[in-house]
Design a binder for this molecule. Structure first.
Ligand code: GCB
Length: 608
């Protein structure tokens, strides 16, 4: 398999990062095949980068277009950098990208939620360089996420594409994350892997630091710095084990970050330096508990989306900062990166803020006939054809590898979610998933637990894959998609089901990764009608009662943190309204209820 090793680009003594974000030229490729990178892009249209293109226009045809798009910008490289190795890095381009420098293809990447990069020295010219990106927002049965793809031809014989999302979020596309040109020396630090091994009783940790080098050094020096940037341990070699005494642990909501400083030397001179922040914390799943640093952890938090007004799925750091503050004031401690890996920037922020993250692949929509009619779906599960129809194995292996390579050192990541709401009840599911769990476990140097997030049809008696997971993660909508408007049985239904899971898998902790009710902010009802703020409060209260009665139930993550954009549909009014906050982050009534509940539940030791 291809290697995807991508240190986050930073400026150090030996490295410089240039930012290529800004307003780029933009054009739809219509008809398909009509544009090449050989000549400058002929257009007056512009788009901001990073951001989705869809909401940067008032033209509905452009917003909804499925197919190919071009972005272009120009840049110069200062002479003093030209002796260096120069790398062009995209945080993400959704969903497929072909990158050209001065008309020469330098990179191709498929998958809209992970970074990729290319060395570009040979493609650069003196003076102005032209950077062109062709991207596609097409999805089908081979891609992740999964899309329902159709192709027709127009009157002129040109292909026309259509993609119907097989999932519940808008198919935003564009250059979603930062574009950077960074320099390294030609002999450089290529990758660093940090694995802490902790002796809790003696407050000591041994940090295994593995460095991969591009080119050669005489010596690799590794130093661990504390938060004041004072060295606390030192060693040499590409495989070093350093001991920290009186170690400060990375704790949920109380982060402590060390820095691994890696230096490559030749003839006693420093050639390259890189610094990787890391936290020292231990994860263990045992006896129905999820332990962080030896103490049972209780997940309180959210499923989220990268989704904001105008930026769409583009990086929005102000919203990221606000969201984490809102979470903290609610007493929350965690979220899941539903339904794709989030930006590097968000992961680094969560490390810093002590937010616990379940890191999810973009494997969403692996279920034929996506819709919200759960009642009808309960029939015929044994005849479901998902696994003989979809062709996502290669993409799935790739996203697992890319996610783990990118996020393996993050203290905030405590578990990998291999997929969201796949057809785990269907014939062939176990054969499909077993090798993917093996792959994740083999790739993760920190050996974190793995899970998948289970849809409502996945019940103790219908699920075929629970043996693969370390933690049982459930999405449940009793009182919403089932028995809408009637909350009278919810507590009992939830409790009964949880008890069945607990009895069948006594060692596995159970969490809810989704539960929620669409709620239009400002709609009130004395009768607890669905869509009212009162109904949402009551809905969550019913579930809480059940959760507190089941010992191995160790976490509640609501759906969703905020309202978010989806495709059109009769069940969606400008998107999904299950947010606790509106899309602009105004709290609904339920925020008060859950804040009170969560601020009274300790992060650790709630379920003994
Ligand atoms: C789910 C999905 C999520 C949807 C949610 C809903 O189970 O995992 O993507 O947005 O339900 O609101 O229907």
């Amino acid at each position: 398999m291809e290697e995807f090793i991508l240190l986050y680009p930073i400026t150090t003594h030996s490295r410089v990062v240039l930012n290529l974000d800004g307003v780029w030229k933009f054009k739809v490729e219509e008809p398909v095949g009509s544009i090449t990178a050989a000549t400058p892009l002929q257009t007056t249209e512009v788009m901001a980068v990073p951001a989705s293109f869809n909401d940067q226009t008032d033209n509905p045809q452009l917003r909804e277009h499925n197919g190919y798009f071009w972005y272009e910008t120009n840049f110069e490289v200062a002479d003093l950098l030209k002796t260096q190795r120069l790398v062009l890095r995209f945080g993400s381009v959704t969903h497929e990208a072909w990158v050209y420098v001065n008309g020469t293809e330098v990179a191709h990447h498929k998958g809209g939620f992970t970074p990729f990069e290319a060395e570009v020295n040979d493609a650069l010219v003196d003076g102005t360089n032209r950077l062109s990106v062709r991207l596609s927002n097409l999805l089908d049965y081979t891609t992740l996420p999964v899309g329902n793809f159709t192709e027709t031809t127009d009157d002129a014989g040109n292909p026309q594409y259509s993609v119907d999302e097989n999932f519940d979020f808008y198919n935003y596309a564009g250059i979603h994350r930062p574009v950077k040109l960074y320099s390294t020396p030609h002999d450089y630090i290529k990758d660093v892997t940090v694995v802490p091994d902790i002796d809790l009783a003696h407050q000591q940790a041994t940090i295994h630091l593995t460095t991969e080098v591009g080119g050669t050094f005489d010596t690799v020096q590794v130093t661990i710095l504390d938060e004041q940037h004072h060295p606390v341990a030192q060693g040499t070699g590409t495989d070093a084990s350093l001991t920290i005494d009186n170690v400060h642990l990375w704790q949920p909501l109380n982060a402590y970050l060390y820095t691994a400083q890696i230096t490559g030397l030749r003839d006693g001179q420093v050639v390259d330096t890189y610094e990787e922040p890391f936290g020292v914390r231990q994860i263990e799943v045992t006896n129905g508990q999820f332990k962080i640093n030896g103490a049972p952890f209780y997940f309180k938090g959210f499923g989220k989306h990268e989704d904001t007004y105008v930026n769409g799925k583009g990086l929005n750091e102000a919203y990221n900062v606000l969201d984490i503050k809102l979470m903290k004031s609610m007493g929350a401690n965690s979220f899941r990166t539903s339904h794709y890996p989030y930006s590097d920037e968000m992961m680094r922020l969560c490390d810093r803020e002590g937010i616990v993250v379940i890191d999810e692949t973009p494997a969403v929509g692996l279920m034929l006939n996506f819709n919200f009619d759960i009642e009808n779906k309960m029939d015929g599960l044994n005849k479901d054809q998902t696994w003989s129809t979809l062709k996502t194995t290669a993409a799935h292996r790739q996203v697992i590898q890319e996610m783990i390579d990118r996020d393996k050192n993050h203290a905030c990541v405590v578990m990998w979610s291999i997929s969201n709401e796949s057809a785990h009840y269907a014939p062939g599911a176990h054969d499909y998933f077993a090798p993917l769990f093996d792959l994740a476990r083999q790739l993760d140097p920190q050996k974190r637990p793995c899970t998948y997030v289970a849809i409502m049809m996945t019940l103790p008696e219908t699920d075929r894959c629970t043996d693969l997971v370390d933690v049982i993660s459930l999405n449940r909508y009793y009182g919403w998609y089932l028995n809408n408007g009637d909350l009278s049985d919810v507590t009992k239904t939830v409790q009964d089901e949880l008890e069945q899971w607990q009895a069948k898998y006594p060692d596995k902790p159970i969490i809810y990764t989704e539960y929620g009710a669409d709620t239009i902010a400002g709609v009130h009802s004395p009768y607890n009608e669905p869509f009212s703020e009162e109904y949402q409060v009551d809905y969550y209260k019913q579930y809480s009662t059940a959760f507190d009665r089941v010992p191995h139930f160790v976490g509640e993550q609501v759906w969703n943190f905020a309202d978010f954009q989806t495709k059109f549909g009769i069940q969606r009014v400008q998107g999904n309204k299950k947010g606790l906050f509106t899309r602009s982050r105004e709290p609904k009534m339920v925020v008060h209820y859950l804040s009170e509940r969560w601020n009274n539940i300790p992060n650790q030791g709630y379920k003994k």
